[in-house]
Design a protein around this ligand. Structure first.
Ligand code: UD1
Ligand code: MG
Length: 457
């Protein structure tokens, strides 16, 4: 969307340690969990975008063994991402320590995030970092859990965080605490590594708990605090149901962002966005529209119901649909009109052009004010290669014509309805590529009389 994310970059350097080693067995997928997409971007991609917008200038991604696909996706979203492999899953503290080399460079701030917790917002990450600048050594992210079972509990005294107790290690009294650990943590870079190296695995799970950094920091006289956020922010994805819930929450945010940016969504809950959809001012999106990746809709354009757009730019004031399919490389000129059951791929359409019904345009350049009649088709593919169709400004393509590419229709030319056009048409010419009409006077009447007579015999 056009409104850009608020940048929370400060002068302090910040390392984000992204835990992306999750196996995701409950996803029952051939794909690693963190590569599953929400609004067309991997969960890992969402988290990397958020930490970058929150001011992380270094990123360390901790992945499982043999996960080149995860490393590649990480670098796609953050080119200089440092990749660390956690060879054995020995706990969250151990996972963060896998990025020891990055921690040893002592950035001002360290934030630890989970790649399977994709809803954490830039604002939350900024809140998590803020107490570090005021001297805190450890900041944890707390939330009031609807059902606290399984989560670590935050043990507070006033505004001081004393400890985090994992569910399995907690006493009955501690299990009554509803303020839970969201998992994300910020640590002051000058002490982070030494705190993490003091974590042991003497606990119910025999794991190295990242959460132990809190009590260790306090035992060394440092300050630890918690910031509290809504549960939604720390929604983790472990199965396909939770993936769908995360999708719903991100769609909700994208809808709100579109409307805040000045677009009208007639029925927001029926419009599906991609993370990168850009809508201008006074764009109207009718019910039941799907935006795939890389779509820009400029000011004042209308997207009518049941349209599907991807890889497309829609010019200002254009009208799309209902029931239009715009595929990658569609560039719709200003005030152009695309009507129902029209499919457009890799085609540039000039200002004011009209393609009102039942048409396929592929690999074409269409000039300004061209009118394409119902049922016209570019024949762009011969089973081996794709060929271009060029239509000059102001040309008129009659209904149900087939334009066999490669082909050029000159500016202002006419193509008669039902033509199969295989030769270039000069500017301002008329092309007819169809059988000449034969009319036989009285033929139908005679046919009926003869047929009736034969039947009544
Ligand atoms: C963790 C927290 C708990 C918190 C909860 C929130 C600890 C000890 N506990 O518990 O306080 O309430 O998250 O969801 O930190 N991971 C690795 N390598 C490992 C272990 C984990 O990369 O060896 C990653 C996981 O893939 C996941 C994240 O760290 O992304 C959290 O691990 P998980 O096992 O889900 O921790 P919880 O037991 O849920
Ligand atoms: Mg968990």
């Amino acid at each position: 969307m056009t409104s850009s994310l608020t940048s929370h970059a400060s002068s302090r350097s910040c390392l984000a340690v992204v835990l992306a080693a999750g196996e995701g067995t409950r996803m029952k997928s051939d794909k690693p969990k963190v590569l599953h997409a929400i609004a067309n971007r991997s969960m890992l991609g969402h988290v990397l975008a958020s930490v970058t917008a929150a001011g992380a200038d270094q990123v360390a991604v901790v992945i499982g063994p043999d996960r080149d696909d995860v490393a590649k996706d990480a670098r796609r979203h953050f080119a200089d991402a440092q990749i660390f492999v956690q060879t054995e899953r020995l706990g969250t503290g151990h996972a963060v320590l896998s990025a020891k080399d990055a921690l040893a460079r002592k950035p001002d701030d360290v934030i630890v995030v989970y790649a399977d917790t994709p809803l954490v917002s830039v604002e939350t990450l900024a809140q998590l970092r803020a107490p570090l600048a005021a001297g805190a050594a450890v900041v944890s992210l707390g939330f009031e859990a609807r059902d606290p079972t399984g989560y670590g509990r935050l043990i507070l005294s006033g505004d001081q965080l004393l400890d985090i107790r994992e569910h399995k290690d907690a006493s009955e009294a501690e299990r009554q605490i509803r303020l839970c650990n969201g998992g994300l943590m910020a640590l002051r870079g000058d002490v982070a590594l030494s705190l993490l190296e003091k974590i042991d695995n003497k606990n119910a799970k025999s794991e190295f708990y990242l959460t132990d950094a809190v009590a260790i920091a306090r035992s060394l006289g440092h300050k630890a605090v918690a910031v509290t956020v809504p549960e939604e922010e720390v929604h983790g994805v472990n199965d396909r149901m939770q993936l769908a819930q995360a999708e719903a929450m991100i769609q909700q945010r994208l809808r709100e962002r579109a409307m805040a940016g000045g677009a009208t969504l007639v029925a927001p809950e029926t419009v599906f966005f991609s993370y990168d959809t850009k809508l201008g001012r006074d764009v109207v999106v009718e019910p039941n529209v799907v935006f795939g990746p890389e779509v820009t809709v400029e000011d004042g354009a209308v997207v009518h119901s049941f349209s599907h757009l991807e890889g497309t730019r829609v010019g200002a004031g254009a009208g799309i649909g209902p029931f239009a399919r715009l595929r990658p490389g569609a560039e719709i000129g200003q005030k152009a009109k695309i009507g129902n059951f029209v499919e457009i791929k890799n085609t540039q359409l000039g200002t004011g052009a009209k393609v009102s019904h039942l048409t396929y345009l592929g690999d074409a350049t269409v000039g300004a004010d061209v009118n394409i009649g119902a049922g016209a088709i570019t024949c762009n593919y011969d089973g081996f290669s794709k060929y271009r169709t060029e239509i000059g400004d102001g040309a008129f393509i009659g209904s149900n014509s087939s334009l066999v590419a490669p082909i050029r229709i000159g500016a202002g030319a006419f193509v008669g309805s039902g033509s199969v056009v295989t030769e270039n048409v000069p500017a301002d010419a008329l092309a007819l590529g169809r059988g000449r009409q034969v009319t036989k006077e009285e033929w139908a009447r005679n046919f009926r009389i003869k047929s009736q007579a034969a039947k009544s015999k």
